[in-house]
Design a protein around this ligand. Structure first.
Ligand code: AMP
Length: 286
């Protein structure tokens, strides 16, 4: 069956029914559905999530929605890349069953009042540089969950704090969706794939390689202090503006203490020209 493109709630319900998926959430007698939420401008990173989704459910839905709620007033909402036809074609090639691409009007009634608060965790690290961002992310993701009603949802480790926040929301609000994290897909030279890489000029792309190089350098050290210092040193040598370098607990995003043992996420954000990039790597402290 060809991919079904749904733009409204009604079309989404029809698409679910056409696949034989029960109307109730997590319908166990019916077929299972996985959701891959995206903002479109699909690349190999997104496609890896779709492939992982297929391993975990009978059917796959991809949502494409550039969520105005998660962009700050001076961020790139209006110029964010929109490549809808190519995205649908890529979904078709990957065997996606449903593309859900609502308009902002479909998602947000003009009289909306209530939204999800990301709590303290939404104000630290990435949240400190993007006030309100995680509230916007969690609000749209919960709405997408309520509309699509998947049994599983796939998110990339690329947005490590987002993944942690979504796990937290699902636990705190008893959302019946299993969350699966997917590894970061990189270019052969190390650059993490991102829809925002399209903004980079060839020179800027070269400079942007400092992020993955810095993480690689940092991950080679043993103590939190050395790891962060080594990462920062590589970034400081490049013509970019560092927002943060942090070694954090992967579940809470609190900075780890210097005697921390076990897994931690080494996360960076930097601006190359006008483009803001994030990247991270998981390190294990002995
Ligand atoms: P976005 O369209 O940027 O909102 O991303 C949609 C999903 O794709 C999120 O769960 C991201 O973490 C994930 N994603 C983006 N880039 C990558 C990548 N390079 N590798 C793996 N997942 C990614």
């Amino acid at each position: 069956m060809d991919v079904i493109v749904a733009g409204s709630r009604a079309e989404l319900d029809e698409a679910r029914a056409a696949l034989g998926i029960g109307a109730r959430w997590g319908d166990r007698d019916g077929r299972t559905l996985a959701l891959v939420p995206t903002m479109g401008a699909l690349h190999e990173g997104h496609l890896s999530l779709i492939r992982l989704a297929k391993e975990h459910a009978d059917h796959v839905a991809v949502s494409i929605f550039v969520n105005p709620l998660q962009f700050g007033p001076n961020e790139d909402f209006s110029r964010y890349p929109r490549t809808f036809e190519a995205d649908v074609a890529a979904c078709r090639t990957e065997g996606v069953d449903i593309v859900f691409a609502p308009s902002a009007e479909e998602m947000y009634p003009p009289d909306r009042q209530v939204s999800v608060s990301a709590g303290h965790m939404g104000t630290i690290v990435e949240g400190a540089f993007r006030p309100g961002h995680f509230d916007g992310v969690l609000t749209v993701v919960l709405k997408l969950f309520n509309l699509v009603r998947p049994s599983v949802a796939i998110f990339g480790q690329k947005d490590a704090q987002q993944l942690a926040m979504i796990r937290r929301m699902v636990a705190d609000l008893d959302v019946p969706v299993r969350i699966i994290g997917a590894p970061i897909v990189r270019e052969p030279d190390g650059l993490a794939l991102s829809s925002r890489n399209r903004y980079l000029s060839p020179d800027e792309r070269e400079i942007a390689l400092a992020l993955s190089r810095a993480l690689h350098e940092g991950a080679g050290h043993r103590t939190p202090w050395e790891i962060v210092a080594a990462t920062r040193q590589v970034l400081d040598a490049a013509p970019l503006t560092v927002d943060y370098v942090v070694l954090a607990d992967p579940a809470t995003f609190a900075e780890v203490a210097d005697d921390h043992v076990g897994e931690a996420v080494l996360a960076v954000a930097a601006r190359v020209g006008t483009t803001r990039l994030i990247d991270n790597v998981i390190v294990t402290l002995p």
